[in-house]
Design a protein around this ligand. Structure first.
Ligand SMILES: [Zn+2]
Ligand SMILES: [Zn+2]
Length: 366
């Protein structure tokens, strides 16, 4: 049996459908029958060639979900439960870290492991089905697999997708405390999920800064109390609005999920004295920001933290959050449109133009 997959041959070259043989599974290996994958900001960066060291051609799609098609030998999920064909699954997209480098050991920052391998990003299509834009995905031995909780639909899981995993990590880095005012810059998948999780983490007020209007309406439905439309305001006005909403104090925590050097400059002003700022949207180099170290950081006694990638713990907590809150938080609405394998160039254009928060991929539609 052959498997259809969408392959990105090289940066800026149209994505094309290719046929792959079903792999022979080694002991402990498995095959996932894809239900959905996604087109996220990373895929747009991959297409624009903005990430270093990518072994094109690749099958993109790093966060993916579906059912267990087959496995060689007994297979268990990360909680130890035996897995059977037909079980609904999610798997953690980082399938290898070395466990020996400084990042993995002394620094305890495995997302910075130099030999980290991630489905849909670091594995060439010449090695096989290592991406979610395919009807089936090869789960190599050792991949972290979790059974999808019964209450969680595929649509909710992939609607949150990699943005949800990232936002679990953001919330951890932000150390949100009960009653905190949190500003989230950006209303893409990461910003929307961060707003939802900040609310559930006890934030007293959640303010989302972004656009367009329908995305901001979704931000409110996800848990934002206030929204600031960047299309209808200037930087100065946005800063004043945040002051107005915080009794002239500024936000306890600001999260940057916009990927813009201007957003960083703006967010520094929005944070209160002694507050925290988490940078999560600069996944590629979008250029320099201009800041005044005295005014924006030192005198403010500001805490600035980066947030890179996610770990297994974030993946598992994302699943628990979906299970607990999926009925009240409309994660599935983030996945605004679904595209078949033959329409992924269009999906990349639309995602690149930020027209929708997220495009889903259904590889069984061509
Ligand atoms: Zn390592
Ligand atoms: Zn992603």
């Amino acid at each position: 049996m052959s498997v259809l997959a969408a392959v990105m041959p090289a940066p800026l070259v149209p994505v094309e459908i290719r046929e792959f043989p079903e792999p022979d599974l080694p002991p402990g290996g498995a095959l996932l029958k894809t239900a959905f994958s996604e087109v996220c900001g990373t895929d747009v960066h991959l297409w624009h060639g903005r990430l270093a060291g990518v072994p094109y051609p690749i099958i993109p799609g790093h966060v993916t979900t579906g059912t267990l098609d087959k496995a060689r030998g007994p297979l268990r999920d990360v909680l130890g439960a035996p897995l059977q064909e037909g079980d609904r699954l999610a798997f953690f997209d980082v399938h290898r870290t070395c466990g020996r480098c400084l990042a993995c050991t002394a620094h305890r920052t495995p997302t910075r492991c130099l030999s980290r391998r991630v489905y849909g990003i670091t594995d060439s299509a010449n090695e096989g089905l290592f991406g979610g834009w395919a009807q089936k995905v090869y789960l190599e031995p050792g991949v972290i697999i979790a059974k999808m909780p019964d209450a969680v639909t595929f649509e909710a899981y992939i609607g949150g997708g990699c943005g949800l995993l990232t936002s679990v990590h953001i919330i951890e880095r932000a150390q949100i405390r009960l009653g905190d005012t949190v500003v989230v810059q950006g209303a893409g998948a990461v910003g929307l999920c961060t707003a939802a999780l900040a609310r559930k983490s006890g934030a007293g007020r959640v303010i989302v800064v972004g656009a367009p209007a329908d995305r901001l309406a979704l931000a409110r439905d996800m848990g934002a109390d206030d929204v600031i439309d960047i299309d209808a305001t200037e930087s100065e006005g946005r800063w004043r609005r945040v002051l107005e909403l915080t009794n002239d104090i500024g936000a306890d925590v600001v999260v940057e999920a916009a990927g813009s050097p201007r957003a960083f400059e703006e967010g520094l002003r929005m944070a209160r004295n002694g507050g925290a700022y988490v940078i999560a949207g600069h996944y590629t180099n979008t250029g320099d920001s201009t800041i005044n170290a005295h005014e924006h950081i030192n005198r403010k006694h500001l805490d600035i933290r980066g947030c890179w990638g996610s770990e297994v713990g974030h993946f598992l907590r994302a699943l628990r959050a979906l299970e607990r809150y999926g009925a009240e938080i409309p994660f599935a609405r983030i996945g605004a449109r679904t595209f078949g394998l033959g329409r992924l160039n269009e999906a990349l254009e639309i995602a690149g133009a930020l027209e929708i928060p997220k495009a889903l991929v259904d590889p069984w539609v061509v």
